[in-house]
Write a protein that binds this ligand. Structure first.
Ligand code: ISL
Ligand code: CA
Length: 515
């Protein structure tokens, strides 16, 4: 399969499907939904961390990279799942948590025990904090450790200690992790905050250090790893840097997650609702930048760290179906590699909760307790509800039934659940199936050129390949004039077409050939 043909679906295993009723999604649950995934039409899965973890950050604090979390299943379950994905023509990539380990990891346990322990330099220790770096989850990034009276660096929670990539043994260990899973047959990796593995203490940057590209090449540029698909989470990379990561001859990464189109607020909890037009503008900008360099951008509006896109950029009440399908068109009809996130395909919305006890996300809880005495409770909770990563992490509502999970249930499950959506006349899943089928059947969408036609009251672009042209129109929240369009209508998320475009209406036309 060519890279541009891949259509990913991200599974956050703890919240996907629970097969044994202990409240935690698991591998057997994923296996039980094989038909659901296959029928959607995706051909690749990114599985969020499935390794043993104390779950301070829901699996992104790994305590053993080469095993399966007992909560999720056994290595045998994993192997069976992998074989079933492959049998169904679905590739599987794992999450490579590159920057830090859990403080419960054996390496850290050794490291913290004594200054002369052979594992001491696996992590970043200092007598005194050498700078004022902050943890992305709040507070100082330096934590004092009593046993040896020194501080270690943690860019995220204090239970997630940053690895020291300057140490060649660490780089070797991490190569071994990659090789372990590659030998099992996995097809690649999504690399967590990969741009942070190289620090720059001189320039005072907690990432994008001078040796970053060298480290990545050591991890993935080896002969053994050349078949792997790799996508690096690299916040705020410039187009120039993305071009370096992805240039094939440099043997670094296949693709990069750049987040410019989703960074629309000061911080995730600021309540201002971003404009869909702005999202489209930024997507269009990256379409052009990447096309110019002959590279494939990643296409996504959600992941396990983002609020639900239909609530953020669409209208999750009156036009839930229409806006969810319009957003789907943006992800699936652009040039690049689409990544859907579980639940997006049924138009899952943000969840609403009245007490902090209903939230599990460490970032959210830290934010709440930091602001608690400085902000009005209602305002604070509104911000939390809108911005929390838990929005993406509430268990998928397969039916409207109340099933107990590790996280209080999705508040809208009576209104939005898989069972109901599949039966509905206006089924979001049904429209996603059509979008995916279109993408898989017309080379225009995978290999075609991208051209921006208009971005004003609506977004209009074209995809073109070998004499074939498709026109895509996405209307924003307000109805507007319908431009003249020629050709065959192949997709419409409304029943009819009037003289004006309706809110969030999507139209796809195939132009008669030769025009
Ligand atoms: O969502 C964020 C905070 O608003 C980001 O800073 C997020 O933490 C960042 O994208 C890094 O994300 C990745 O690494 C984190 C983990 O918590 C996230 O789930 C993961 O996607 C630490 O491993
Ligand atoms: Ca379970």
């Amino acid at each position: 399969m060519e890279t541009e043909e891949l259509i990913f679906y991200q599974i956050y295993p703890r919240s996907f499907c629970d097969s044994n009723g202990d409240g935690i999604g698991d591998i057997r649950g994923i296996i039980s939904k094989m038909d659901y995934l296959k029928a959607l039409g995706i051909n690749a899965v990114w599985l969020s961390p499935c390794f043993p973890s104390p779950n301070k950050d829901n699996g992104y604090d790994v305590s053993d990279y080469c095993a399966i979390s007992p909560e999720l299943g056994t290595m045998q379950d994993f192997e069976q799942m992998l074989a079933m994905f492959h049998k169904n023509g679905i590739k599987l990539i794992l999450d490579f948590v590159a920057n830090h380990t859990s403080t419960e990891h054996e390496w850290f346990q050794q490291s913290r025990s004594a200054k002369d322990n052979p594992y001491r330099n696996y992590y970043i220790w200092r007598k005194q904090p050498p700078n004022d770096w902050k943890s992305l989850f709040g507070g100082s990034a330096w934590e004092y450790d009593e046993t040896t009276g020194e501080y270690y660096l943690h860019s995220f929670a204090k239970e997630q200690a940053d690895l020291n990539y300057e140490n060649p043994s660490v780089r070797k260990e991490m190569q071994n992790v990659i090789d372990f899973w590659a030998e099992k047959g996995v097809d690649g990796f999504r690399c967590d905050v990969l741009d942070m593995i190289a620090k720059d203490f001189i320039k005072h940057k907690n990432g994008n250090g001078t040796r970053l590209h060298e480290y990545i090449r050591e991890l993935f540029g080896r002969k053994k790893t050349s078949r792997l698909f790799t996508v690096g989470e690299c916040w705020g990379s410039s187009a120039k840097n993305v071009a370096l990561f992805c240039a094939p001859e440099r043997r670094e990464l296949t693709a990069v997650f750049n987040f410019e189109h989703l960074c629309l607020q000061n911080d995730r909890f600021s309540p201002r609702k971003p404009k869909l037009r702005t999202v489209c503008q930024r997507m269009a900008k990256w379409q052009k930048l990447m096309q110019k360099n002959g590279l494939l951008p990643t296409l996504f509006l959600e992941n396990h760290d983002q609020p639900r896109s239909v609530s953020r950029f669409g209208d999750d009440k009156k036009y839930r179906y229409e806006s969810a399908t319009a957003l789907g068109a943006l992800v699936l009809l652009h040039r690049g590699i689409p990544f859907l996130y579980q639940g997006e395909e049924i138009g899952m919305t943000n969840s609403h909760h009245k007490t902090i006890e209903d939230f599990d996300d460490i970032e959210t809880r830290n934010y709440y307790f930091e602001k608690k005495d400085k902000m009005h409770q209602d305002v604070l909770l509104r911000n939390v509800n809108a911005g929390t990563r838990d929005n993406a992490r509430r268990a998928i509502a397969w039916t409207e039934e109340n099933v107990a999970t590790y996280l209080p249930a999705y508040s809208e499950k009576e209104r939005v659940n898989v069972h109901k959506d599949l039966q509905a006349e206006k089924s979001v899943y049904g429209f996603y199936q059509k979008l995916i089928a279109l993408r898989r059947n017309a080379a225009c969408f995978t290999r075609g050129e991208y051209r921006l036609i208009a971005l004003k009251n609506y977004y209009r672009f074209e995809r073109r390949f070998q004499g074939e042209t498709y026109q895509i129109i996405v209307c924003f929240a307000k109805p507007c004039r319908l431009p003249k369009l020629k050709g065959e209508l192949v997709l419409n998320n409304y029943k009819t077409i009037g003289s004006r475009l309706k809110p969030y209406q999507v139209l796809v036309y195939k132009k008669p050939s030769g025009e």
